[in-house]
Structure formats: structure tokens, C-alpha cells
Design a protein around this ligand. Structure first.
Ligand SMILES: Cc1cc2nc3c(=O)[nH]c(=O)nc-3n(C[C@H](O)[C@H](O)[C@H](O)COP(=O)(O)OP(=O)(O)OC[C@H]3O[C@@H](n4cnc5c(N)ncnc54)[C@H](O)[C@@H]3O)c2cc1C
Length: 299
């Protein structure tokens, strides 16, 4: 199939892009990497009257590393984030998740913001944003800026809080301070690079004695949006994580998800996968945090 007819404009700067969005009355779409939008248009699942190209907007392409936060412009290519020299030291969970995002070719073009606004329930960056409680900056010509937490941003499958006249401009990723940190990103897909049938992400910080100080974890691909489990995470604080407690928590989390069935997997299989992957992610992140504890005791 071919895309329905559309007009095209290359935005000169962010203000120009926002003007065009505002003028269009909801019939325009921003195009970043085009890795999701172009296939959607080719299948006529998206029929924008106007494409506003934001590919050349340098103002959306900064990565600013701060001690407590990494600020990533929405237009940053996924590949540029993946290869940023400080990504793994500051945002190890994002670093691990990035390796599951599509293929080299899609990461070369695809942007961080495009992935988040596309909001596929299996998207790794969306899951990482929820687990780390990232903050999203949205901007429109009429209302200026507003800031949303990840759990306010993702509303459903391919559905976010971004209005027709808004652009996502920046994502602020909190950096967990201190040592004894472990992370894990687990995923199963039919082939490497395909969207996940299910995925699990976990970030843990432990005390010197191995008790959990801080923990956040979530599941992707098993509900309308990725899921985080704040209450279950709290129940692990102050505890030593055992294989039994990891499995118990993973079971509770998977049971509360509502996956769909499709040609790749039944809902029951996805739930089972979610439990296995999350149990594995919890134990592996915990082991890494404990190993980092030992390493920091040695040095
Ligand atoms: C073969 C293949 C495999 C893939 N596998 C994966 C995978 O495993 N995991 C994964 O997460 N993704 C995967 N993807 C999707 C890929 O990550 C896309 O890059 C991403 O979903 C969209 O990013 P983009 O920059 O290309 O956005 P586009 O396709 O240009 O845009 C996507 C949507 O976001 C909107 N948009 C873009 N930028 C902004 C902005 N700044 N503000 C507001 N709206 C904006 C557009 O209007 C559009 O609605 C895959 C894609 C392909 C083709």
C-alpha cells in the first residue's frame, strides 16, 4: 500500500515546527526518524495531511549529563544515546535496554522522542522511562511548556498525553546516586530486533549488608502500556532478596498484567514469560548490586 497524499515542510527551528502544528488544527504530524510513522502511513493507519520534519533541529539533539539527571533532547538518535560515553555510568538500565531496541539500521534513524511518543507497549525506552520515573517536557505554541512524569505520559497502546499541537522536546532521566547499584533488562522476542513478546527491567540499590535500599522494576509487552509495580517494590525494601522472594514478587506482578493473544503468543504464555523474565531480572540486578558492594569494599 502507499501513503495517502500529504504535504511536507522542513521545520527551520522548534518555534517554526510548533507554529505549523498549531496552524494545522490537528491534521499534521511531526516526523523524526520515520521508523514507525512511515510504515503506519504506508499501511494508512496514519493519514496526516502535513508532515513537519524535525530531523535537522539541533536544539532537540542535546544530551546533557548532570550528576542527578541526564537530559536527553527528543530528537537525539537512538544510536547517539546508545554510544554516549557516559550512558552506562549514569543510566545503566537505559544502556542495557537500548541493546534490545530494533536493529542498528532503525537505531541509526529512530529518535528517542519518536520511540516514546509512538508508545508501543513493548518499547524498551518506554519501560525504562517508567522504571526510572523520567520526566517529559512537552511544548506547544499556545501553552508553552508542561512537564509530565512517565506514568502520566503513557495512556494506552500507541496513545500518550501529547496533544495534536504539542511536541515532546526533552526527557529528563534521573540518575540514582551512590554505589551498590545493579540493573537488568531481560527480553524475549521471536528474533533479536523484533518487538518484545515480553520484557522486564529492574534497578536495585542495596545497603552494605545486602538488604535492598531502593528498587524499581517493571514489565513491557504485557498490557496497554509498560507497567511499574511501586507497591510490590516497596515490599522488598529492607529485605535480602532471595530466589523465592523474587519469584513471588514476579508472580504477583505478572498476574496483575493483562496481555493480549496474537499470532506470536497467547496471553497465558505472555504472563508466564513475564513472570520468568521479571524473576530473572530481579535476581540478576540484585546480584550485580551485591557484586558492586563487594567491589567497592575491596577498593
Ligand atoms: C524493523 C523495526 C523493528 C523495530 N523494533 C523495535 C523494538 O524492538 N523496540 C522499539 O522500541 N522500537 C522498535 N522499532 C521502532 C523504532 O524504535 C522507531 O524508531 C521508534 O518507534 C520511532 O522513532 P522515530 O524517531 O523513527 O519516530 P517517527 O516514526 O518519526 O515518529 C513516531 C511517532 O512519534 C511522533 N513524534 C516523533 N517525534 C516527536 C516529537 N519530538 N514530539 C511529538 N511527536 C513526535 C510522530 O509524529 C509519530 O506519531 C522498530 C522499527 C522497525 C522498523
Amino acid at each position: 500500500m502507499k501513503a495517502a497524499p500529504f504535504d511536507y515542510v522542513r521545520a527551520q527551528n522548534l518555534a517554526h515546527a510548533l507554529d505549523k502544528l498549531s496552524e494545522s488544527g490537528g491534521d499534521a504530524k511531526l516526523i523524526a526518524g520515520g521508523q514507525s510513522l512511515v510504515p503506519m502511513m504506508a499501511m494508512r493507519l496514519a493519514r496526516p495531511a502535513l508532515l513537519i520534519d524535525i530531523n535537522r533541529l539541533d536544539e532537540l539533539k542535546d544530551i546533557e549529563i548532570q550528576a542527578s539527571c541526564v537530559k536527553v533532547g527528543a530528537g537525539v538518535r537512538q544510536r547517539d544515546l546508545e554510544f554516549h560515553p557516559q550512558l552506562h555510568s549514569h543510566l545503566p538500565l537505559v544502556g542495557k535496554g537500548m541493546q534490545w531496541v530494533g536493529h542498528e539500521q532503525t537505531r541509526n534513524r529512530g529518535s528517542v522522542g519518536g520511540s516514546l511518543v509512538h508508545a508501543d507497549p513493548s518499547a524498551e525506552l518506554a519501560l525504562a522511562a517508567l522504571v526510572l520515573e523520567a520526566t517529559f517536557t512537552l511544548e506547544s505554541q499556545s501553552d508553552g511548556q508542561r512537564h509530565l512524569k512517565a506514568d502520566e505520559f503513557f495512556l494506552g497502546p500507541m496513545f500518550t498525553a501529547v496533544s495534536d499541537t504539542e511536541a515532546l522536546t526533552q526527557i529528563d532521566w534521573p540518575v540514582w546516586q551512590g554505589s551498590h547499584l545493579g540493573t537488568s533488562f531481560e527480553e524475549t522476542a521471536i528474533r533479536k530486533g523484533d518487538f518484545a513478546m515480553a520484557s522486564a527491567a529492574c534497578q536495585i540499590q542495596t545497603h552494605e549488608d545486602g538488604r535492598v535500599r531502593r528498587i524499581s522494576f517493571g514489565l513491557g509487552g504485557v498490557d496497554g502500556t509498560p507497567l511499574v509495580f511501586t507497591e510490590l517494590a516497596k515490599s522488598l525494601e529492607g529485605q535480602v532478596l532471595t530466589p523465592e522472594s523474587a519469584l513471588h514478587v514476579a508472580h504477583e506482578a505478572a498476574q496483575s498484567s493483562q496481555p493480549g493473544s496474537d499470532m506470536h503468543a497467547t496471553a497465558a504464555y505472555r504472563k508466564h514469560l513475564a513472570q520468568v523474565l521479571l524473576s530473572r531480572a530481579l535476581q540478576s540486578a540484585y546480584a550485580e548490586a551485591c557484586a558492586n558492594t563487594q567491589a567497592s569494599n575491596i577498593t
